[in-house]
Design a binder for this molecule. Structure first.
Ligand code: FDA
Length: 453
C-alpha cells in the first residue's frame, strides 16, 4: 500500500484545487473520485440532437465579477471568458400572468417597487454586517435563524408581490428551496456570500460571464496538471483513522496517508463509514443539511428569435413554473439557446410527470415569456441532479431552521487528520464555484502550514 502525504476524496473544484495547491507545495497527493469523470457539479456536454454538435452546461456555468478566487484561477489556468448576451428588454410576469417588457424599473406598481427597494435595503444592511464565514456571529443571529425567510418577509412588509419577488431571488433562484423552508439567517448568509443582496438581484452581476468551452474546463485543466495523481472510478466507502493518519478503502484497494481531505457535499459525507465513528456532533450537523432541488432546462432554436424582437432573453416571474430564464447561447453559436429553471416545489411537481408531459409543461412555461416559437426547440436538455447519488440535488446544501447557529461551526471542523470542505461550507462564494476554489485553497494552506510546522 502506497503512503501519501494527503488523500483527497472528490475531484470537484474543491478537491482538485486543494490537491493542486498541495502538489505545488511539494506534497505527495492522490485524488480519489467515484465518478468516471472529474468536475462533480460541473459538467459540459455535447449533443447532436440539433443536427450538428451543440454544447450545453449541465451544471454550474456563470462567473460574477466579485468572484475573485475563481477569476484568478481562470487566469492562472489560461481559461478565457465571455459575457452573457444582455442587449434588449427583459420580461416580467406578475400576478396577472401577463408578460411585460422592461428595461430599468420592474413593471410593478410604484408601491410594490418601493417595497422591494425597502426590503433590498434591509437585506443589504444585514448582509453588510455579516461575515458569511461566521453567520452565527451576527448580532441578531439566533432570532433570524429561528424564523423562516417567509415569516421574516411577512414581518417586514405587507405588499405580497414585493415579498414574493424577494423570496424568489433567495429561495427558488438561489437556495432552491421554498422561502418557508430555510431561515432568514441562511438567506442573509446567501446574500453576504455574494457581496450583497443587491448583487443577487442583478443578473448583470451574478450571471455576468461564461467560460469558453464550459466551466468544467476548470476541473479538467486542474486534473490535467495533476496527471496520474487523479484516480477515477474510486468510490470511497470506508475510512479508518487515528491521530497519525488514515487508511482509505475503495473496494478491495486501500490507500494510506498522513492527512485526508473529504471534498464532497456535507450530505454525501454520510455515504462513507468512518472507523472510529466521527464525533456525534459531526453526524448530527450533516443530518440537518439538505440539498435544494432545481431542474435546469435548455432549449435550442434555429436562431435566437427573441433578439429580433428586441428582447435580451432574461425573463422571470415569482408565480411561474419556470421562475427565471436567460439567453444561454454560447459565444460563436448561430443557433439560439434559452435556459430556464424549475425549482423547489415546482421541481417536485414536474418530477412526478413522465418525460413527455414534463417537456410540454416546461416549454409551455417558456412560451408564457417568449411566445409560441418557444414551444418548438430543435434540441432540449434537462438536468436534474437529485437522482445522482454522488450529488443529490442542486445547486447546494443548506440548513433547516435553527441549524446554522446550532451546527454551522461544525462543518469545517477537522477531526483528527481529516479535513472537510465543499462549496456548501464556503463563506464568500457559498454554493458557488468561487466558494469551492476558496475552500480548497484554505484547506491546502492549512495542511501546508501544518506539514511544515
Ligand atoms: P462537487 O459536488 O462538485 O464535487 C464533489 C465530488 O466528490 C464529486 O465529483 C463526487 O463525484 C465526488 N464524491 C462524492 N462522494 C465520493 C466518494 N465517497 N468517493 C469518491 N468521490 C466522491 N456555481 C456557480 O458558481 N455558477 C453557476 O452558474 C452555478 N450553477 C449551477 C447549476 C447547477 C445545475 C448545479 C448542479 C450547480 C451550479 N453551481 C453553480 C454550483 C457549483 O457547481 C458547485 O458549487 C461546485 O461545482 C461544487 O464543487 P465542489 O467541489 O465543492 O463539490
Amino acid at each position: 500500500m502506497n503512503t501519501h502525504d494527503v488523500i483527497v476524496i472528490g475531484a470537484g473544484v474543491t478537491g482538485l484545487t486543494a490537491a493542486w495547491r498541495l502538489a505545488e507545495a511539494g506534497q505527495e497527493v492522490v485524488v480519489l473520485e467515484a465518478r468516471d469523470r472529474v468536475g462533480g457539479r460541473l459538467r459540459t456536454d455535447v449533443t447532436d440532437q440539433a443536427g450538428a454538435p451543440a454544447s450545453f452546461e449541465i451544471g454550474g456555468q456563470w462567473v460574477s465579477p466579485d468572484q475573485d478566487a475563481l477569476i484568478s484561477l481562470l487566469a492562472e489556468l489560461g481559461l478565457p471568458t465571455y459575457p452573457r448576451h444582455r442587449d434588449g428588454d427583459s420580461l416580467y410576469v406578475g400576478r396577472d400572468r401577463a408578460a411585460r417588457r422592461f428595461a430599468e424599473d420592474l413593471p410593478v406598481s410604484p408601491s410594490t417597487r418601493a417595497a422591494i427597494a425597502e426590503l433590498t435595503k434591509k437585506l443589504d444592511e444585514l448582509a453588510a454586517a455579516m461575515d458569511p464565514a461566521r453567520p452565527w456571529e451576527l448580532a441578531d443571529a439566533r432570532h433570524l435563524d429561528s424564523i423562516s425567510l417567509r415569516t421574516w418577509l411577512e414581518e417586514q412588509c405587507d405588499d405580497a408581490e414585493a415579498r414574493d419577488n424577494i423570496a424568489l431571488y433567495l429561495g427558488p433562484a438561489m437556495l432552491t428551496k421554498p422561502a418557508h423552508a430555510f431561515s432568514a439567517l441562511q438567506a442573509v448568509q446567501m446574500a453576504a456570500s455574494a457581496g450583497s443582496f443587491s448583487n443577487l438581484l442583478d443578473a448583470d452581476v451574478i450571471l455576468d460571464r461564461r467560460v469558453v468551452g464550459g466551466l468544467q474546463s476548470v476541473p479538467i485543466e486542474l486534473a490535467r496538471r495533476l496527471g496520474d495523481r487523479v484516480r477515477l472510478g474510486q468510490d470511497v466507502t470506508h475510512v479508518a483513522w487515528t491521530e497519525e493518519g488514515v487508511v482509505v478503502h475503495v473496494g478491495d484497494d486501500a490507500y494510506a496517508a498522513r492527512r485526508l481531505v473529504v471534498a464532497v457535499p456535507p450530505t454525501v459525507v454520510r455515504r462513507i463509514r468512518f472507523t472510529p465513528e466521527l464525533p456525534a456532533e459531526q453526524r448530527i450537523a450533516r443530518e440537518h443539511q439538505s440539498f435544494g432541488l432545481v431542474v435546469k432546462v435548455q432549449a435550442m432554436y434555429p436562431t435566437p428569435f427573441w433578439r429580433a424582437d428586441g428582447l435580451d432573453g432574461t425573463a422571470f416571474g415569482p408565480y411561474e413554473l419556470v421562475h427565471e430564464a436567460y439567453d444561454n447561447t454560447p459565444e460563436g453559436e448561430s443557433r439560439g439557446v434559452l435556459v430556464g429553471f424549475v425549482s423547489d416545489v415546482n421541481a417536485d411537481a414536474v418530477g412526478a410527470l413522465d418525460a413527455e408531459e414534463r417537456r410540454e409543461r416546461i416549454l409551455d412555461a417558456l412560451a408564457t415569456y417568449f411566445g409560441e416559437q418557444a414551444r418548438h426547440p430543435i434540441a432540449y436538455v434537462e438536468s436534474d441532479w437529485q437522482h445522482q447519488e454522488l450529488t443529490g440535488g442542486a445547486y447546494g446544501t443548506s440548513f433547516d431552521l435553527g441549524g446554522l447557529t446550532r451546527w454551522g461551526h461544525v462543518l469545517r471542523q477537522p477531526v483528527g487528520p481529516i479535513e472537510f470542505g465543499s462549496s456548501d461550507v464556503a463563506g464568500l462564494g457559498f454554493q458557488h464555484v468561487d466558494g469551492a476554489v476558496r475552500v480548497g485553497t484554505e484547506i491546502a494552506a492549512g495542511l501546508g502550514a501544518r506539514a511544515t510546522a
